[in-house]
Design a protein around this ligand. Structure first.
Ligand SMILES: [Zn+2]
Length: 55
């Protein structure tokens, strides 16, 4: 994902920076909240309802 685009994105819960991860599946992780947000068809889904726990 484009780093400039990634820099514009923020965690919907803490407004912190998100990190791209590829394992176990591609997504964006908030290290502070330990949440992973899915990316569907290149579009990050930054909704708490869609987030999964990330450890
Ligand atoms: Zn967060």
């Amino acid at each position: 994902m484009d780093p400039d685009f990634l820099a514009l994105l923020a965690c919907p819960q803490c407004k912190g920076e998100l990190t791209e991860v590829t394992e176990p599946e591609f997504g964006l992780v908030c290290p502070a909240c330990r949440l992973r947000f899915p990316v569907k068809e290149q579009i990050p889904v930054l909704l708490l309802e869609e987030a999964s726990p990330h450890f």
